[in-house]
Design a protein around this ligand. Structure first.
Ligand SMILES: Nc1nc2c(ncn2[C@@H]2O[C@H](COP(=O)(O)OP(=O)(O)O)[C@@H](O)[C@H]2O)c(=O)[nH]1
Ligand SMILES: [Mg+2]
Ligand SMILES: [Zn+2]
Length: 344
């Protein structure tokens, strides 16, 4: 078995070990029978090799193992861990933005780690205060400085054996961190295009970089726009504080949204409860919108617009399926019973 670390057309680079130093990946093609099934090989897939010739470095992929996870952005199979990266300064750390990144990351159902970068730019008391604050949120952050090589060892240790994707706002030091964690980052990638004779081309494909101690780091960061596309229930599950509270108690109502319901175990005096209440409104509005426009897809047609882009347009004949205008949507949100806010 091996792991697909890069893919282009029907050429795949496959590592035989789960991340290892100094290993040249095999250049593989998909077996015709596999291709006929229509199953697409993704970067990160664990695959069975039908043939592998270490002499020529060629192989054939015969089958794909069931995926443990499948991420769309970047397209990676079997990622195990998301590392939310934010800087302590330049740009300054915003609690609510970090919190939102964490919630979005948790919603993917993978392990979540936090790296606070640019520790060299702030007083140690400030870094320590964030550490304490994050502990209350349920996280043990890694405090790092890439240029000073500070705090990288514990992060390296935590990523052994993982397939990790970094995410976070731009300018916080994600690329610097990738380069520090993977000594070979920036070179070696693109062998697929070189060896398949297609040359480097414009589209940059995602690839897995082998971590020296085992495991992989994905070479491109994940989302940098933390959208909250989840149900109210999913939102609650994304807070370690809420999971912790529900481990030791049960709300009176099984479908409790932890807002104003009596007998709620979650509502209380904890820092991110305010975030929960704010985003609950967002998630509920979205749930309602999705329910209201169940036929939305049927009511939208796609037209190619300028530059060949597809543009969604409401079908003018089907009045009732017209997409809600932004203003209508906002009106509907405003009409929801009462504004949701933390208990005062
Ligand atoms: N002082 C300091 N600067 C850093 C650190 N990490 C990254 N930088 C700088 O921050 C800028 C943005 O880094 P980059 O890795 O491109 O961030 P990205 O947009 O998240 O990929 C660059 O000028 C880096 O040199 C750090 O730990 N300390
Ligand atoms: Mg970058
Ligand atoms: Zn509750």
């Amino acid at each position: 078995m091996g792991t697909v670390v890069a893919a282009q057309a029907n050429f795949y680079e496959v590592y035989l070990a789960h991340g290892a130093v100094d290993q040249t990946p095999l250049l593989c093609t998909g077996r015709a029978r596999l291709l006929k099934t229509g199953r697409r090989v993704m970067v990160g897939d664990r695959v069975w090799l039908g043939e592998a010739d270490l002499g020529t470095g060629r192989g054939v992929i015969a089958g794909i193992a069931a995926r443990q996870s499948e991420m769309a952005h970047p397209p990676v199979a079997n990622a195990t861990c998301l590392v939310v990266v934010v800087s302590l300064a330049e740009p300054p750390l915003e609690a609510m933005l970090l919190s939102r990144f964490l919630v979005h990351a948790e919603a993917m159902g993978l392990g979540v780690q936090v790296a606070l970068t640019k520790v060299d730019l702030v007083e140690s008391t400030i870094a320590a205060a964030w550490e304490t604050r994050l502990a209350q949120w349920g996280y043990q952050p890694f405090l790092v400085s890439t240029p000073m090589s500070l705090g990288l060892e514990p992060l390296r240790a935590a990523l052994v054996g993982e397939t990790a994707v970094l995410c976070g706002p731009s300018g916080v030091g994600k690329s610097s961190l990738i380069n520090a964690l993977v000594p070979t980052a920036g070179r070696g990638v693109g062998a697929v295009s070189a060896r398949s004779g297609r040359g480097c081309h414009t589209t940059r494909h995602v690839s897995l970089l082998p971590l020296p101690a085992g495991g992989f780091l994905v070479d491109t960061p994940g989302f940098n726009q933390p959208l909250l596309r989840m149900s109210a229930r999913g939102l609650g599950d994304a807070f370690p504080e809420i999971r912790q509270r529900l481990r030791y108690g049960t709300c009176e109502f099984r479908n409790c949204q932890h807002h104003r319901e009596p007998g709620c175990q979650v509502r209380g005096d904890w820092e991110r409860y305010a975030h929960y209440c704010t985003w609950l409104q967002e998630c509920l509005a979205q749930e309602a919108h999705t329910a209201n426009s169940a036929g939305r897809d049927a009511g939208v047609k796609y037209k190619s617009g300028p530059a060949g882009r597809l543009r969604a347009e409401p079908r003018l004949t089907a009045e009732k399926y017209r997409r809600l205008s932004r203003r209508r949507l906002h009106q509907e949100i405003a009409q929801l019973d009462e504004p949701l806010s933390p208990e005062d």
